[in-house]
Design a protein around this ligand. Structure first.
Ligand SMILES: *[C@@H]1O[C@H](CO)[C@@H](O)[C@H](O)[C@H]1NC(C)=O
Length: 921
């Protein structure tokens, strides 16, 4: 939810009001952005001190020097698992420590062996895994190879900048003006120390002063992706999936976690989360780059000019000299240069490499991938009871009902409004009796109210962030005057975690889960609606150093609280608005306060894809749009899209009209019900994908090129995506649409419309007619998907329900494969082997199942109810099932030659038993 500004005006006039850009800095209004962006290429003063080289089995260490200032830096280049390379640059003798964002990583990355293969005065060549890198001494430059193909160059354009900490010289009064021209450097200063100091020591934005006691501290570098026209990632921005050129046209993409009121689509402005991770993809390679820095960061992108390619050492592909290239320029306000090069070579390799660095989403509890009903606010117990009952009344499945800030006593988190929610535990138990769950919101701003135990403890223990003068930071948020917990302090995180214990959080149960909102952090009266950069954290870090990590540190702590309250037995579910590298390890993320219009529906696809490929895989957007009122058509289309996105939650602003499905006409209600039911029928597939995501980093929602890497048509698609490797989705995202243009990727690939089994060929586009009930979804030929067709009130009630297998045969009509993962859905027992991971395969005329992994420790009663085989050209005479239990048995079936469809009824074998189904012709 979001800052409340004239919302009643907004909703009553139904005006579409965009973001107030004046509230947020442009690059021009930020000193370090100007200083870095205005640099000219080809003038790098940084060089490597070759005689300082230290070579160890896993890394090269040396020093860099700045020829202009004489300042020395440490350089560490180390080889990591899976062919990755890490480059770390820090000040050699800083007068003050520089912040490192290592807590974002999934532990310290393991180093592996690295070999120095050659060395001379101009540089050296190293080998690691199957890859190599060439380090040039003067100016310093690093060329990274994936295999023997040059893929990334660092500092080729010489835009490296590392502003060392220094003490402030006696300021001349006129130089304090932050807008002073860059060349106003004192005459007597030696030329070697001339640096652009524009905006270095103090800056103002609107009414806010940033005192910058430590002066300039920015770090920056350029990276060229050689051979790549397309780069992706660096969420969160409401922009196209394939990142746009910024240099010369807009501000750079900005990463600075902000509570942006009514964000607009198609621009590079910062939003709630920041993952400085980029993926470059071409038809022959995929590589990644992680710029691990938690300070405000900007990234410029420009297509390269041909001559910037270091052509002499590039292995030209197919003799081409027209190698495309994308030049990027990254700079952060403080911290160090800590860069990870992910060599691929394929998109799935990059996902796995990123997973090694930043971790993966732990397998979510089953209910959390089902449908969530949220609103600001469900007003009281009766409202909750009615909404819950209405889902049953109208036969619409749902799993979770959410309570926003109004459920608390005066916005004091972990408390309840005693008038509206006098019996919270009973309310929760009533909901969970139907297998459902509840979520309450718990934000990081703490009401400064001496009667509030969280506040009084935080105050007495010194757990709040401090302002620049050392007093508790006081900011304005929902409760009014608020303190902000300093989650940088591990002790605060432990203390906070303990507050989720059932003995602490009165009225909570193990079925109550958590929503961490406003954790950018949002400060209504702060600069850019967030915390002052000169606020102080534990360890005497400035807020500036770690701003983008505030949210992840909070969720780290909440996650721990969830695990602790059940002694590590039950899985956690939490939703966060702010995020950073690694936030996936703690739960789900959503795209924040969107608007009920078609642009915002359309932007969900590129936004969620950007998050997904950057590791933030359990992600979604508010269904229906948070601000304003969607009409029935938009709402239906949004449900249809949301049902096929990873995190599926409807949410709406306090001042919007109520929009539970039954408040609309019968047809609309039916369309929404049908969309939600489609989600429920595919939960087994989603769950399997999330398990695989935890294991190998592959995002459940993925771009087409992740499955079809060489298909260039897919490289800049914003309206179509895959769920796993088997389903292609093209949601209807235009008003009054009568058709959508769907592109089917893949050579020799066939696709089947999941509704009518119509067949399409890969590498072709088709115009698919759509009615209001149509969700264009296609199953890839050669795949098998397990579904559940019986509808229950909530997902947990379906635990033992039978499955239907949808077998979509490949182009030859002979083969298909698929997986199914099953466990108890809510504990960590799966880590003890208590799960079933089945493979299904169809070969020629026989469908079989086999165990892929796991043990005999988990059993299911679920059985196979139906098998649908698509793309089978002749009708079998007999269909026979064979199992250990009952030997052979003939099955009833129907065959439709028009759609080449075979429907086999009631094999009635246990889904995990060994069985086969044979077609006899
Ligand atoms: C719980 O359900 C019972 C039975 O329907 C009802 O009487 C009671 O009011 C409910 N309690 C709450 C807090 O909603």
């Amino acid at each position: 939810m979001k800052m409340l500004l004239l919302l009643s005006v907004l909703t009553t006039l139904s005006l579409v009001v965009g973001v107030d850009r004046g509230n947020f800095k442009s690059c021009d209004q930020s000193g370090f952005c100007r200083r870095n962006r205005n640099m000219q290429p080809g003038e790098s003063p940084y060089y490597l001190l070759m005689n300082n080289l230290k070579v160890s089995p896993t890394k090269i260490e040396s020093r860099l020097a700045n020829a202009k200032t004489g300042v020395l830096y440490t350089l560490e280049i180390s080889a990591l698992m899976d062919g990755m390379l890490r480059m770390k640059i820090n000040e050699a003798t800083p007068i003050r420590q520089r912040f490192e964002a290592t807590e974002a990583l999934n532990g310290e990355p393991k180093e592996t062996s690295l070999k120095l293969v050659s060395q001379n005065s101009e540089g050296m060549t190293i080998e690691f895994g199957k890859n190599k890198a060439i380090i040039h001494a003067n100016p310093f430059r690093l060329d990274v190879y994936s295999g023997d193909q040059h893929v990334i160059s660092a500092n080729t354009r010489g835009l490296m900048k590392f502003e060392h900490y220094r003490t402030k010289e006696q300021p001349k009064p006129e130089n304090q003006e932050q807008e002073g021209p860059a060349n106003q450097v004192e005459e007597e200063k030696p030329a070697a120390e001339v640096e652009d100091m524009d905006g270095a020591w103090e800056e103002h934005f609107k009414s806010h002063a940033d005192s910058k006691p430590f002066g300039p501290s920015s770090v920056g570098m350029d990276f060229s992706f050689v051979g790549f026209k397309h780069v992706y990632g660096i969420p969160e921005h409401a922009d196209a999936f394939s990142l746009k050129q910024t240099k010369g046209s807009t501000d750079p993409y900005r990463l600075y976690n902000l509570d942006v009121f009514q964000f607009e689509v198609n621009n590079p402005m910062a939003l709630y989360g920041s993952v400085p991770f980029m993926v470059a993809h071409s038809d022959i390679k995929t590589v990644g780059l992680l710029w691990l820095n938690a300070a405000e960061t900007w990234i410029d992108i420009e297509p390269a000019t041909q001559q910037s390619v270091v052509s002499s050492i590039v292995d030209f592909v197919k003799g081409s000299t027209q190698l495309p290239q994308t030049d990027t320029h990254w700079f952060s306000e403080s911290g160090i240069i800590d860069v990870f090069f992910l060599p691929g070579p394929g998109p799935k390799d990059v996902m796995k490499q990123n997973a090694i660095l930043s971790g993966t989403t732990p397998l979510p509890p089953y209910f959390s991938i089902a449908y969530h009903q949220c609103r600001w606010n469900y007003n009281d117990q009766e409202d909750v009871r009615n909404v819950d009952a209405n889902f049953d009344e109208h036969d619409i499945p749902y799993d979770v009902i959410w309570l926003d800030i109004e459920h608390t006593d005066g916005k004091k988190y972990f408390t309840w409004d005693n008038h509206k929610f006098p019996n919270p535990e009973e309310m929760i138990n009533n909901v969970t009796a139907k297998g459902r769950k509840m979520v309450t919101i718990i934000d990081p701003h703490i009401k400064r109210d001496s009667g509030y135990h969280i506040h009084s403890e935080a105050t007495s223990k010194g757990y709040y962030v401090k302002n620049k003068d050392g007093h508790d930071y006081d900011g304005w948020c929902w409760p009014g005057s608020s303190g902000y917990l300093d989650f940088v302090n591990p002790e605060v995180r432990d203390w906070w975690a303990s507050k989720f214990g059932l003995d602490h959080y009165k009225g909570s149960t193990l079925q109550l889960f958590t929503w961490n909102d406003m954790n950018e952090p949002s400060v209504f009266n702060g600069p850019e609606v967030t915390m002052h950069k000169d606020a102080k954290h534990y360890g005497s870090w400035e807020h500036r150093d770690l701003h983008n990590m505030y949210g992840i540190l909070m969720t780290m702590s909440t996650y721990k609280g969830h695990l602790q309250r059940s002694n590590g037995h039950l899985r956690s579910f939490l939703l966060s608005r702010a995020f950073f590298v690694g936030s996936q390890r703690y739960g789900a993320v959503w795209t924040g306060d969107n608007t009920a219009d078609w642009d915002h529906l359309r932007i969900t696809v590129p936004m969620l894809l950007s998050m997904s490929i950057s590791g933030i895989t359990f992600c979604g957007a508010d269904v229906g749009g948070f601000f304003m009122n969607p009409d029935a058509e938009l709402l239906v289309r949004w449900y249809q899209a949301g049902a096929f996105q990873p995190f599926f939650r409807a949410h709406s602003h306090l001042e919007t009209k109520r929009r539970e499905p039954w408040l609309f006409d019968a047809e609309t209600k039916q369309l929404i019900r049908a969309a939600i039911q489609k989600r429920y029928s595919l939960l087994p597939y989603w769950y399997t994908l999330f398990m695989e995501n935890e294991q190998n980093g592959m995002p459940p929602m993925r771009p087409l090129w992740m499955e079809f890497p060489s298909d260039q048509t897919t490289f800049d698609m914003d309206d179509e995506y895959m769920i796993g490797s088997s389903l292609l989705v093209h949601p209807v995202m235009e008003s009054k649409a009568t058709n959508v243009e769907v592109y089917f990727p893949g050579e020799n690939q066939v696709w089947y419309d999941v509704d009518n089994y119509q067949k399409f060929n890969g590498l072709e586009s088709s115009t698919i007619p759509v009615t209001m009930s149509k969700i264009p979804v296609f199953q890839r030929g050669g795949t098998i998907i397990a579904k559940r067709e019986r509808m229950r009130r909530s997902s947990s009630l379906s635990h033992d329900d039978p499955y239907t297998l949808i077998v979509a045969l490949d182009k030859t009509g002979q083969f298909a494969n698929g997986n199914l993962y099953i466990d108890d859905g809510h504990t960590f027992q799966y880590k003890q082997g208590e799960y079933i991971y089945q493979g299904f395969s169809f070969k020629k005329d026989t469908l079989t199942n086999h165990a892929l992994q796991g043990s005999e420790k988990f059993e299911t009663k679920a059985w196979l109810e139906k098998v649908i085989i698509i793309g089978i050209s002749t009708e079998p005479k007999t269909v026979q099932v064979e199992s250990h239990d009952f030997g052979k048995k003939n099955l009833l079936f129907t065959y439709k030659s028009s759609t080449q469809l075979l429907i086999i009824r009631k094999p009635a074998v246990n889904i995990e038993a060994e069985w086969s189904i044979k077609l006899l012709f």
